[in-house]
Design a protein around this ligand. Structure first.
Ligand SMILES: N[C@@H](CCC(=O)N[C@@H](CS)C(=O)NCC(=O)O)C(=O)O
Length: 228
């Protein structure tokens, strides 16, 4: 049985969506990152990077959301583009674009605007504008295509959807006006029954919601070095 190490946040959401879309049986294992579960020795064996999501499938262990999407797509043969070098090159480019651009810039935009102990105008602007620039590229692509790779719904759409559902948090309330094609794409995916089931996963466990002083210690352990 596949085990999904899950927290209700953007990167694990992509994997829950894939598992639900593919109809793969799986067990959700809660990792409450606001309570420090990501640093428990048993979890660090699965993901030495101490982040969610991670997945085990028998004796296979995979961590990092986009690696997991590719693993599941290759395992099932589902939600992949055509098996040609051209289509595979396109798929890999967009998967890495999400992994190295969308995810990190949205994450840092949220961090500096909402969680950093000091409001640093330069950092807030740098990450917010870069997050916007990356979403602008996705929006432009979706202007002429129903899905990221064309007419077929693939793992790339699921990868984009993870952070798209948190865009108001990452780039602000007017995200839908700024990125109307992303809005159309996100709404279409969110309405799918599999996405509804993926979004309901968080209700199976009482995850901590407060980002209080204890949670900050686990989420931003490097802040301890600021004290001295
Ligand atoms: N590159 C990783 C990033 C994973 C990540 O940052 N996960 C967040 C949730 S979206 C997390 O576990 N945060 C808790 C922490 O940083 O301690 C991926 O795509 O899976």
């Amino acid at each position: 049985m596949i085990k999904l190490y899950y927290h209700p946040s953007p990167n694990p959401a992509k994997i829950a969506l894939f598992l639900e879309e593919a109809g793969l049986p799986y067990e959700m294992v809660p990792v409450d990152t606001r309570k420090g579960d990501q640093f428990k020795p048993d979890f660090l064996v699965i993901n030495p990077n101490a982040k969610t999501p991670a997945l085990t499938d028998g004796d296979v262990t995979v961590f990092d959301s986009n690696a997991i999407l590719l693993y599941l797509a290759e395992k099932t043969g589902k939600f992949l583009p055509q098996d040609t070098p051209k289509a595979r090159g396109e798929m890999l480019s967009w998967l890495m674009f999400v992994a190295t651009g969308i995810g990190p810039y949205c994450g840092q935009a949220v961090h500096f605007s909402r969680f950093a102990p000091e409001k640093i105008t330069y950092a807030i602007n740098r990450y917010a504008r870069e997050a916007e620039r990356h979403w602008g590229i996705i929006d432009e692509r979706l202007k002429t295509r129903r899905y990221m790779l064309g007419e077929d719904y693939t793992l790339i759409d699921m990868s984009v959807w993870g952070w798209a559902t948190r865009l108001s948090f990452a780039v602000g309330e007017d995200w839908a006006t700024m990125f109307p094609n992303v809005k159309r794409h996100t709404d279409e995916i969110s309405a799918r029954p599999a996405a509804q089931r993926a979004m309901a996963l968080k209700d199976q466990f009482a995850f901590k919601t407060e980002v209080d002083a204890d949670a900050r210690k686990f989420l931003f352990p490097q802040n301890a070095r600021l004290a001295g």
